[in-house]
Design a protein around this ligand. Structure first.
Ligand SMILES: Nc1nc2c(ncn2[C@@H]2O[C@H](COP(=O)(O)O[C@H]3[C@@H](O)[C@H](n4cnc5c(=O)[nH]c(N)nc54)O[C@@H]3COP(=O)(O)O)[C@@H](O)[C@H]2O)c(=O)[nH]1
Length: 956
């Protein structure tokens, strides 16, 4: 139990509750001393009162119980005996009437449950009585013989109920427990009341008072009026309190006196120390060097400035002569001052000498000396003061250097006062602006000839200077000659020693050159250098903007993918310079074909793209595509060449054909391929199956490359027949691809792709060689000689030395030139008339035959035709197929035949399929025919059979 009741202040926290000096030995003792006094007393009471009471009660109860059992036994025996005796006579007489009264009186006893009298004479129950309500628990049966004299005449049986005895014993126990409990409770209450009032409460009081003493609270008196032992203890405590109060009062008084003493002494010491420290601080912290020397010039003390100045430690200085640290040139002057002037006058004026640093460096100093005296006024030494002049001289040099930098830097520098009035400008400023300094100095910076946003910029500068003390940015100035130029200006403020801005310093660099190159870089990043059109990246941005606009307006856009047909041929034949010129010219024409708001870009090579940013229907895209076709159809006159270039255009519509740039471009590209496949020089709208076609083309291209390597091609030959004789006079070599998986593939499936991908040169060369070889082989086999016509592609014509190659083929195969005929389409010739004419001349001079294929489909003028040294004109199948039904085609075919005749050329009609066509051509005096009506293209062996037969083809 705590002595400090709840709510009472505890002792000073620094004073721990006192612990017993040592713990009593044995766990029982330790436990006993751990419990509170109240708990200990309760324990004692319980053990001292309750246990003996219970013990006594237990003995008492046992004795009473034994006596009750004894009594019951006695009573039972007595009742049995009385009844046995009383029944003798009635039993002897066999008179139940006489026996009944006694039986009834016995049954009145509440312990008797039943009585039964058995007659041995009659061998039956003589009398019987039962009280069933009394049968409560255990039953004790007592029997006794009934005798008359020596003869037993009957037997008595009595049942006694034992429960009554148990109930009485239980009541007895309960009474004992109640008695002991009451006795115990009363004892405990009485003991605790007495214990608390006489012992525990005063003890608590004593504890609180002791706590006051421990906290040095002596003011309140401890009042004890009882005469018992605790009262004595309380009074002793009160006496202790008074004693302590007196002692503490005295202690405090003494303490106060002592503190006054100490304070006074401290003040004196403080004053002493302070003056000494001030003197020392002055000595130590002085930036000038101070050292104390005796009258002989030996150093006694030196401050850190001297040590730093000379680069030595204190021990390297003390005891040495000051002259050891002075440059020898100055010894005499110094000696004069320190040993003559100072001792005589008490001081000397400043003079300049040089000190020697430990590393040998000479330090210019200004020196002076003051005589040091003792209390009696006698000279005891000299205060020597030296001031380092290096910094001042460095500062001077820095100033000179800064002035040089200021004047000679290539950046213009403008210094203004705090109100932005120009104080000075450097030479670079004058060079940069063309204004002399007298034109600038004294003016406000706002009066500087600048072109743009002067006032707003000054406000911005002022705001930044206030916030950060610096500003930098681009400004535009105007030179004296009126030229504007961009500058990069960095403005810093300079502060005076009070921290106020006193000047602004602006460093100005002319960035016109850098800006020009930045703009150039920007331009190169966005535009195609050759054509000036947006490049791929920039064009994508433009398309994305157009798509976003279309989304906002719920409108549509169109993307036109343009690829120039056979541009490679031009590039290869006429060189890259002409190719580049052509691309530039095409770009110009494309730009001219567009409305404002639409854009054209170059993706690379000969690929151009147009985005039509707002269209109401795909027809508008078709209109633009048509316009592009028309604009490009006009020949380009470049480097002395008249060039015709046609485009193939693929059109993708947003959003139907792609919802983003990549998809749109991909699909327009696929449509462009379709345009190429559809004969070039046209436009096609994208359809969903075109991509599959585009992939197919790619696949064909890669397979073609393999086919070239493995020579997977064969030639079939289609006879050309003289209309008058019906004899075979020639044959056209037509290529087929012996595809390992797809079988024989016709040229229509791969020649356009080979042309587009530049593979046609290798294929065409193979055809030339194979046709020449086969023709020679037939001749060697004795077959009638004929000319074999071979189709030439534009690339073959332009990319290589076709004359040299054919000469090689003829030489290798041994075929005479006159048995090889070259078919060149009209469109090839028209691509570059000048060089074609030259090549055809050369081929002709080699003895080769020349035919103009597909005649009538191109744009050849009669003037050009006159210049070609062709042998034959080949009327295109498209005209032949509709004769004689179509009057226009009849007229054209007739005109071509007449033209050939007038130019002295042979004429052959191709694609003759019907007898009517034959008859029409015969009537028009066409020389030769070629077509399914006569013979389809034949494999070499079958063609050989036809030649061998040598028979005229039956006339239809
Ligand atoms: N550069 C090269 N081009 C070649 C070569 N071999 C063929 N080709 C060109 O491929 C195109 C298709 O040729 P092909 O499928 O062989 O068709 C030729 C004939 O089979 C076909 N023809 C002939 N008569 C008839 C006819 O009565 N009806 C009809 N529907 N078609 C017929 O015409 C093609 C020959 O045409 P052309 O060359 O214009 O004389 C085709 O353009 C070939 O030029 C090659 O080695 N190199």
């Amino acid at each position: 139990m705590s002595l400090f009741p709840d709510g009472q202040p505890g002792p000073d926290p620094s004073l721990q509750r006192p612990e017993p000096a040592s713990q009593p030995e044995g766990w029982g003792k330790r436990l006993f001393y751990r419990v509170s006094l109240r708990q200990a007393f309760v324990l004692v009471v319980v053990l001292g009162l309750l246990v003996p009471a219970l013990f006594v009660a237990q003995i008492n109860l046992r004795l009473r119980q034994a006596s009750m059992v004894e009594q019951l036994k006695h009573d039972q025996d007595q009742i049995t005996d009385i009844l046995a005796r009383g029944m003798r006579q009635p039993l002897w007489d066999l008179s139940t009437v006489n026996g009944r009264p006694l039986l009834d009186s016995v049954m009145k006893d509440e312990r008797v449950v039943s009585v039964s009298v058995w007659s041995t004479i009659s061998q039956e129950v003589f009398l019987q009585a039962t009280a069933p309500a009394r049968r409560l628990g255990a039953i004790q049966v007592v029997t006794s013989p009934i005798s008359q004299g020596t003869r037993q005449i009957g037997r008595l049986t009595i049942e006694f109920d034992q429960t009554h005895l148990a109930a009485r014993i239980s009541n007895l126990q309960r009474d004992f427990v109640l008695l002991i409990a009451a006795q115990f409770a009363l004892s405990v209450i009485l003991i605790l009341v007495v214990l608390d009032s006489r012992f525990l409460r005063p003890l608590r009081q004593l504890g609180i008072q002791a706590m006051h003493l421990s906290r040095r609270e002596f003011k309140e008196r401890f009042d004890w009026r009882r005469d018992d032992e605790i009262g004595d203890l309380g009074r002793y405590l009160e006496w202790t309190r008074q004693e302590l109060l007196r002692l503490f009062d005295e202690l405090e008084r003494k303490n106060a006196e002592l503190e006054v003493d100490i304070a006074e002494r401290k003040q004196v010491e403080q004053a002493l120390r302070s003056s000494e420290r001030k003197y020392r601080e002055l000595f130590v912290s002085n930036l000038d060097g101070i050292f104390v020397v005796d009258l002989a010039g030996r150093i006694l003390d030196a401050n850190p400035a001297v040590l730093a100045m000379l680069g030595v430690r204190e021990d390297q200085l003390k005891g040495h002569l000051a002259s050891e640290f002075i440059a020898s040139d100055w010894h005499e002057l110094d000696r004069q001052m320190m040993q003559v002037t100072v001792p005589s006058r008490g001081y000397c004026n400043e003079y300049e000498i040089e000190l020697c640093r430990s590393d040998g460096l000479l330090i210019p100093v200004s020196a002076k000396g003051v005589l040091m005296r003792d209390d009696a006024g006698g000279a005891v030494g000299i205060w020597r003061l030296v001031r380092d002049l290096t910094e001042g001289r460095d500062a001077q040099r820095s100033m000179e250097l800064a002035a040089k930098v200021f004047e000679n830097t290539t950046e213009a520098i403008v210094i203004t006062d705090a109100a932005y009035r120009i104080l000075t400008v450097n030479r670079a400023f004058s060079t940069m602006t063309g204004f002399n300094s007298d034109k600038a100095v004294g003016r406000m910076v706002t009066e500087l000839p600048s072109s743009r946003h002067k006032l707003e910029m000054l406000e911005d500068i002022q705001h930044s200077m206030r916030a950060r003390g610096q500003w930098q940015g681009e400004v535009w100035l105007r030179r004296a000659n009126g030229e504007e130029f961009p500058c990069w200006a960095i403005v810093n403020d300079a502060k005076d020693r009070h921290g106020r801005t006193s000047q602004y310093i602006a460093l100005i660099s002319d960035i016109s050159e850098r800006k020009r190159s930045d703009e150039r870089i920007q331009y190169l990043a966005h535009f195609d250098v050759l054509t000036g059109l947006p490049n791929r990246g920039h064009f994508q941005e433009l398309v994305n903007q157009a798509l976003a606009l279309a989304d906002r307006n719920e409108g549509r856009c169109a993307l036109l993918f343009i690829d120039l047909d056979r541009f490679k041929t031009i590039n290869d034949s006429l060189g890259h310079v002409t190719g580049d010129e052509l691309l530039k010219a095409v770009a110009d024409r494309l730009k001219q074909a567009l409305r404002a708001g639409d854009n054209v870009g170059r993706l690379g090579g000969d690929e151009f793209v147009i985005v039509l940013s707002r269209i109401d229907s795909p027809d508008e895209a078709a209109t633009v595509a048509q316009r592009v076709l028309e604009r490009l159809s006009v020949p380009f006159l470049l480097s002395g060449h008249d060039l015709i270039v046609t485009p193939s255009i693929g059109i993708g519509i947003y959003p139907e054909d792609g919802e983003d740039y990549d998809t749109l471009v991909k699909n327009a590209d696929a449509a462009m391929y379709h345009a190429k496949e559809s004969g070039r020089n046209n436009f096609q709208f994208y359809t969903s199956d075109m991509n599959a076609r585009a992939y197919e083309i790619l696949a064909v291209e890669s397979q073609l490359r393999r086919a070239i390597e493995r020579e997977e091609f064969v030639l079939h030959y289609q006879p050309q027949v003289d209309m008058r004789t019906g004899r075979i006079v020639g044959a056209e070599a037509l290529i087929r691809w012996q595809h390992p998986e797809n079988g024989l593939v016709g040229p229509g499936k791969f020649i356009p792709i080979a042309e587009e991908r530049g593979l046609i040169v290798a294929i065409g060369n193979w055809v030339l060689r194979e046709a020449a070889r086969q023709n020679r082989a037939w001749q060697d086999a004795g077959l009638p000689p004929i000319a074999i016509a071979v189709n030439l592609s534009a690339l073959q014509f332009y990319r290589q030395d076709i004359c040299g190659y054919i000469a090689g083929v003829l030489a290798d195969t041994g075929l005479e030139a006159r048995y090889l005929e070259l078919e060149v389409t009209e469109s090839i010739i028209m691509q570059d008339v000048v060089s074609t004419v030259a090549t055809m001349d050369a081929l002709k001079s080699m003895g080769l035959k020349l035919a103009i294929d597909d005649f009538g489909t191109g744009y050849s003028s009669l003037n050009y035709l006159k210049r070609f040294k062709a042998d034959k004109l080949k009327v295109d199948r498209s005209f032949v197929s509709d004769v004689p039904g179509d009057p226009d085609d009849c007229a054209i075919t007739r005109a071509i035949i007449n033209l050939a005749r007038n130019l002295n050329l042979k004429v052959i009609a191709e694609g003759v399929e019907t007898v009517e066509q034959w008859q029409f051509l015969l009537h028009e005096h066409c020389d030769e025919v070629q077509g399914y009506l006569v013979c389809k293209p034949q494999p070499p062996a079958d063609m050989a059979q036809l030649l061998k037969a040598g028979l005229p083809i039956p006339k239809p």
